[in-house]
Design a protein around this ligand. Sequence first.
Ligand code: AMP
Length: 306
Amino acid sequence: MSLLVVGSMAFDALETPFGKTDKIIGGAATYAALSASYFVNPVNVVSVVGGDFDQEHIRLMHQRGIDTEGVQVKENEKSFFWSGRYFNDMNSRETLVTELNVLADFDPVVPESYQNCEILMLGNLAPQVQRTVIERLNKRPKLIIMDTMNFWMDIALEELKQTIGLVDVLSINDEEARQLSGEYSLVKAAKKIMALGSKFLIIKKGEHGALLFNEEKVFFAPALPLEEVFDPTGAGDTFAGGFAGYLARTGDVSFDNMKRAVINGSALASFCVEKFGTERIINLSSSEIEARVQQFVNLVAFDTVL
Ligand code: AMP
């Protein structure tokens, strides 16, 4: 199935207990497209950057089979900039700076060659822009997956709820699920959020794995216990990209196949956190990925006698 990824492409400045970075390449679409590219080619991208964006990174994306015809370049403007600091547990972070720059008035254009997309992955971006992309497709994709973050819950809650009503799968973290629903219990939160319209809901719980909900069904995927988590930035987008890419490769959007997609997304995310930024996911081998997925399978496989 063909895949279109929409989302931010950014400069990030990060602080973790292990160190600090100056502006490095980040953004939801960057992480999601790189991750998806290990499953399906091409990965089409709709985004926007300023004249300051790193062309070398775009070239690396092309090498991975990512098509950037849908990435607008605003020569005289600055790229989106985000800065965040992680606390010692590496599961929680605070946003230090969000400079929307080119994202402030982003009018997404979907190139003609992207029109037949069967899976649409709406990465983190203003919910009105995510919605505009859905409206600009001639035909509704077979599956629309959406990611978002607390920033949009704070400043654009109504638009966010409307966009959630148009998608099939929503992917958010536990803190965001609690903020969006006003419920502490994730099971209650899931019911309230799915009532907004998305039939499937993924709640990511950082180092504690992820839950996939659909109607009364729930699936739990662990996160791989890693000796060192270096930088969690982009793990959510890498997860979502791997999830979408796996579904696109296998062409099956059933709940059972989504379980496998969640494991594959988690495997990609487990690589992402091992280094700063996109460094670890720019050049993975298929044998590395297969071995990692097998580690997930082994982690939860057990026999029992009832
Ligand atoms: P994650 O760690 O998966 O939540 O994603 C982090 C990425 O999201 C960073 O690379 C940021 O550039 C990007 N990001 C942060 N805030 C926003 C926002 N408000 N809109 C779009 N992208 C964002």
